[in-house]
Design a protein around this ligand. Structure first.
Ligand SMILES: [Zn+2]
Length: 454
């Protein structure tokens, strides 16, 4: 019986990754992501899947980012009772990220109710922190390169994808077909993570295309951040750095530590990491020494080069300090989290600095700041922006187009079909052309909801 893939997310968009693989009556879901960004996309999270959750036989996650894992609490609450297969790193990161996601959903619903802008009264969260904690029990952890059977007769193997701790590409073997899911691929020249493994042989490949139309600049994060922090220290200002708790926060901490050691930034410049999730993730780096480039001393430096801020009271107390200082806080695109309080406080003063790291999705406060807007709306009021805006172009956890192509070229032989996924339409189509014309392989960009042979 033939094998098919239905693209339930991550098709012609970056978020919501969900690939339903079917063979006869058996069904396996690869990734279980939330749609994020524009409202039109987020509304898809509320539409039931075309398959009843209890009819899915197994779920496999490539990594813990919410656009790959964040729908899991809902899938489990709506009736999925089977295992969720993942690497050990992904299991540990899901235990940090999913309960927080539930908490945010609850806060959003409460906010909508307070301000009465929900069509439904009362507005309900997509899922709760409790739902998220419950689904964690279903995660079954596996080692890289060790084949397991998620469904009797189906074989699955994780390969290292770089990107973030635990991130994997997945080879699925069923009914004589070898299907390779790239997952999110890291950079070969990543500042802290190891490069992805070579791709194994496959008949069909799904490849991500976040930067399918882009080549990363040669400059590294040290060359961009060093002069900026030197300027900041000289004028006694405060740098607010919105960061993602997983990956980006650690990359920035390592960069600051290196700059201090080289003497390019004053050793006594105070640095604060104001994100409990980022603090937990930083400690996880000690447990997965073979996934990143840092040695034991450098990992210890991550936790020592900044003062860790755990409680909301400690966070508020930062406001009584004077510059110079650097505050790293989530979220990375300033869509929520503790960084908003710091931005509201410090964005106005021209001695201060806002350091944006990596891609800022259209519609987010991060994108507004990046565009040079004179003000930004925070907690219902307009905050004027006088601070210097610095954008770190080099900070990205994704392979660029040449690196994506190089990963495909590492396949031992050409696959019969490539599906280009996980990219905005222009990026996905640019990579499709690269695969078709550069490699001479069959490639297409699937539409949302489409079903194709595997
Ligand atoms: Zn990712």
């Amino acid at each position: 019986m033939s094998v098919s893939i239905t693209f339930l997310g991550g098709a012609s968009t970056v978020t919501g990754s969900k690939y339903l693989v079917r063979q006869g009556a058996q069904t396996l879901l690869v990734d279980c992501g939330l749609f994020q960004g524009y409202k039109q996309l987020r509304l898809r999270n509320w539409t039931p899947l075309p398959v009843a959750p209890h009819q899915i036989d197994a779920v496999v996650l490539t990594h813990a980012h919410l656009d790959h894992s964040g729908y899991l609490p809902l899938l489990a609450r709506e009736g999925y009772g089977g295992h969720v297969h993942a690497t050990r790193g992904t299991r540990d990161l899901c235990a940090i990220l999913l309960p927080d996601s539930g908490h945010i959903q609850e806060e959003d619903a409460a906010f909508a109710n307070r301000h009465g802008f929900s069509k439904h009264a009362p507005a309900l969260p997509l899922y709760t922190r409790k739902d998220a904690l419950a689904c964690l029990k279903q995660i079954k952890a596996h080692d890289f390169s060790r084949t397991f059977e998620p469904i009797p007769g189906w074989h699955a193997t994780f390969f290292r994808a770089g990107h973030i701790l635990g991130a994997a590409s997945l080879l699925l073997e069923v009914a004589g077909r070898r299907i390779l899911f790239s997952g999110d691929l890291g950079r070969t020249d990543d500042f802290i993570m190891n490069p992805p493994d070579r791709a194994p042989a496959a008949d069909t490949v799904l490849i991500e295309s976040t930067y399918g139309d882009r080549t990363h600049p040669q400059e590294d994060v040290l060359a961009e951040l060093g002069p900026a922090l030197h300027r900041l220290a000289g004028r006694g200002g405060v740098a607010v750095v919105p960061v993602f708790a997983v990956g980006r926060a650690q990359e920035l901490l390592h960069a600051i530590d290196q700059l201090k050691q080289r003497g390019e930034v004053p050793k006594n410049l105070p640095v604060f990491l104001d994100s409990p999730m980022a603090i937990h993730t930083t400690h996880l780096f000690e447990h997965y020494m073979d996934e990143h480039r840092l040695d034991a001393k450098q990992v210890r430096a991550l936790t020592h080069c900044a003062t860790m801020i755990n409680t909301p009271d400690e966070s508020k107390a930062l406001a009584r300090r004077h510059g110079p200082m650097v505050i790293l806080a989530a979220s990375g695109m300033a869509t929520g989290g503790r960084v908003l309080h710091h931005l509201a406080l410090y964005a106005g003063d021209h001695r201060n600095m806002i350091v944006l790291t990596g891609f800022q999705s259209p519609g987010t406060r991060g994108a507004t700041l990046a565009s040079g807007a004179p003000s930004v709306r925070i907690h219902g009021r307009d905050v004027s922006v006088g601070a210097e805006i610095v954008q770190l172009q080099s900070a990205s956890a994704h392979a660029d187009a040449p690196q994506l192509e190089a990963w495909l070229r590492s396949l031992p032989s050409p696959p019969g079909q490539v599906y280009v996924v996980h990219g905005e339409i222009s990026a996905a189509d640019a990579l499709r052309q690269r695969v078709e014309h550069g490699l001479g392989w069959r490639a297409l960009v699937p539409e949302h909801g489409a079903t194709w042979p595997a």
